[in-house]
Write a new protein. Structure first.
Length: 396
């Protein structure tokens, strides 16, 4: 795609940019840390944390991920229909009445009880693999580690399905080593009991992103990182020791109008910003409906013409304003960066997350699906994905 033409194909003056090379680099860094004996299931929930599940799925598989993991069946199906053939694990939460859909698309289900296992046993082909989720401290979906053995033994008696994997997701809590190791010990104690009973489950997975860097003893033979794949900051920044790169390259909008502030003789205090100080401002076609957090308003950062400025007043559903008083050369059509680099200035995901008091993953994850996403390889745009809304059924 020619550099000078790709922007003309966008039907939106607001868009996100994703660096696929950064994602591939991060996968290689993680697998280099864990070694070839540890399988990497790339956790791509939430539309790959807002980065787009299909393009990211293709990239992580090419970079060495052995499988994918999603929390949403729609995303599993989208990835399958896009031609991705790698194993897909669907996390717990999908009702068992959808068992036939999972089987039809060769998606590995998560089993949390005997009833859901029976549903798959009734419709699956011989030898269909399932994963069992163990609750070791998160107190969410799963079966408690201390109660899991009889359930696993009962599942193994069912026809046609086989337990291919067993996994847990651990609660971070206060972040203490003692709490992390207590949860992990509940999981490994169960595995040891199963092994002594002659039950060997091939895939054993416990370590997600917060545990991959800090606890190598928790690798077992599989991991399912999410944040690390996208170079998203973790508490204490352990991801920096791996040399990871941010996948969200930019969040941008074009100026749709430049305005000179009109001083108010009345109701000046009711204006959305101080009209006595701001001489010139721009209107941007981006708001909280696009994923610009409301807390980005009233001083949140923006870059235009390589200079740092700020958002004026509140962020509305589809618009916001930025101060151009110190950027007199700015004009309609200029690119404004809300996340990313412009010239020597940069606004990072971490900076935005800190200002808005949210997690870095929530910054990218909140980007609207009605915006186009431009994917980059080798510093050049390679693919543009626009929003799509297909009709699933006519109910009249």
């Amino acid at each position: 795609m020619k550099q000078q033409n790709w922007r003309d194909t966008l039907l939106s003056p607001t868009w996100a940019e994703v660096d696929l090379d950064a994602i591939a680099h991060n996968v290689r860094q993680i697998t280099g840390l864990t070694g070839p004996s540890v399988r990497l299931y790339a956790a791509l929930k939430g539309d790959a944390y807002g980065h787009g599940c299909v393009e990211v799925a293709r990239t992580v598989v090419e970079a060495g991920a052995c499988g994918l993991a999603f929390a949403n069946l729609y995303e599993c199906v989208r990835v399958r229909e896009a031609g991705v053939t790698a194993p897909i694990l669907l996390y717990a939460g999908t009702p068992s009445y959808l068992a036939e859909t999972l089987v039809r698309h060769q998606i590995t289900p998560t089993i949390t009880d005997l009833d859901s296992a029976r549903a798959f046993s009734q419709c699956a082909p011989e030898g269909y693999g399932v994963f069992v989720k163990i609750d070791c401290g998160l107190d969410r979906a799963g079966t408690y580690a201390e109660e899991a053995r009889p359930i696993i033994e009962a599942i193994m008696e069912l026809p046609r399905i086989r337990i291919e994997g067993i996994y847990t997701h651990m609660e971070a809590g206060s972040g203490s080593d003692e709490y992390a190791r207590w949860q992990f010990s509940r999981f490994t104690t169960l595995i040891e009991k199963l092994e002594r009973a002659g039950i060997h489950i091939p895939v054993r997975l416990a370590a997600s992103s917060p545990y991959v860097v800090k606890y190598p003893e928790m690798y077992l033979n599989a991991i399912d990182p999410g944040y690390l794949i996208f170079g998203l900051p973790l508490e204490g920044h352990p991801e920096k020791t791996l040399g990871l790169r941010p996948a969200l390259r930019a969040f941008k909008a074009r100026i749709i109008q430049v305005r000179t502030t009109m001083a108010r003789e009345q109701f000046g205090e009711e204006a959305s910003f101080d009209t006595s100080c701001v001489k010139r401002y721009a209107v941007l076609p981006v708001g909280w409906g696009d994923g610009l957090h409301p807390a980005h308003g009233n001083g949140g950062p923006a870059l235009v013409r390589g200079k740092r400025t700020s958002v004026l007043g509140a962020v509305n559903y589809e618009h916001c304003k930025i101060d151009l008083t110190a950027v007199p050369e700015a004009e309609e059509g200029d690119e404004v960066v809300l996340i990313g680099r412009q010239g020597e200035e940069e606004i990072t995901v971490e900076e935005v997350a800190q200002r808005c008091n949210i997690l870095p993953s929530q910054v990218a994850g909140s980007l609207s699906k009605h915006m186009p996403v431009v994917y980059f390889r080798h510093g050049e745009p390679c693919t543009i994905v626009g929003p799509t809304r297909e009709c699933l059924a006519e109910l009249s």
